[in-house]
Design a binder for this molecule. Structure first.
Ligand SMILES: N[C@@H]1[C@@H](O)[C@H](O)[C@@H](COP(=O)(O)O)O[C@@H]1O
Length: 233
């Protein structure tokens, strides 16, 4: 694991931008993307950068179940708002949260991942160590699947909704094995609320109780953390 400690959120985004510029210059064709508040400063820098994504494919980690791409709370909408409207990709895949046939949507997404091997996978991390929507206890060999969100995750994501009861309780998420199949992984964590999850991910045992701890087994992981997120290392 390559740990990059930075002073603050601004520096985390600057460092992450360098990694994207380098990856695209070296031929990256498929970018695995994440949502949540952590990647927003990076997306702002990518949106105003000189990088051309029009020949690249993006594959998002997850989507709430029951929301379609036009719903302002959906992750497809989030990605369009923060990145795709400024920097269109050749194709941007986001799991289908509105499919009537979840099994078909899951199989279709696994096929997309198999046909478009991810060169650089961006991750945030949940306060409980989840990656994507892979909550604690998710098998490390999981591929795309339907997840039941923990109360901690629903509460943490409620800030984007009118009220907590509006937060979907299920999602469709790339599995941990899907994430680990990426050639390169970049995890960004900022803020005190992630300090415990970061410490468990970097120094803790590899356990399904902390989904991100599996990253210790990946050959090319970079973790960018600010001082607050590094405070329990
Ligand atoms: N599905 C997303 C994750 O991909 C994200 O990493 C996490 C942390 O979000 P934030 O960066 O807002 O703390 O929230 C959600 O659960």
């Amino acid at each position: 694991m390559n740990i990059i400690r930075v002073k603050d959120v601004e520096q985390s985004a600057e460092k992450a931008l360098e990694i994207y510029q380098n990856a695209v210059q070296h031929g990256a064709k498929v970018l695995g993307l994440a949502t949540g508040s952590t990647p927003i400063p990076l997306y702002q820098k990518l949106a105003t950068s000189q990088i051309d994504f029009s020949e690249l494919v993006s594959i998002n980690l997850d989507e709430y179940l029951g929301l379609d791409g036009e719903d302002e709370q959906s992750y497809r909408y989030f990605m369009t708002k923060h990145l795709f409207q400024y920097k269109p990709f050749k194709h941007s895949y986001v799991p289908d949260g509105k499919s009537e046939d979840h099994e078909a949507a899951i199989k279709a997404y696994d096929r997309i991942i198999a046909e478009h091997p991810i060169d650089l996978q961006l991750l945030g991390i949940g306060r409980n160590g989840h990656i994507g929507f892979n909550e604690p206890g998710t098998p490390f060999d999981s591929t795309t699947h339907i997840v039941n969100l923990t109360q901690s995750t629903v509460a943490a994501n409620a800030r984007f909704f009118e009220k907590e009861s509006d937060v979907p309780t299920q999602a469709i998420s790339m599995g941990i094995a899907s994430v680990m199949s990426a050639k390169k992984i970049l995890l960004i964590a900022t803020g005190e609320s992630k300090a415990e999850a970061v410490a468990a991910t970097i120094n803790g045992p590899i356990t399904e109780d902390v989904p991100a701890s599996i990253l210790q087994k990946h050959s090319d992981v970079t973790i960018i953390i600010d001082e607050a997120a590094a405070s329990k290392l």
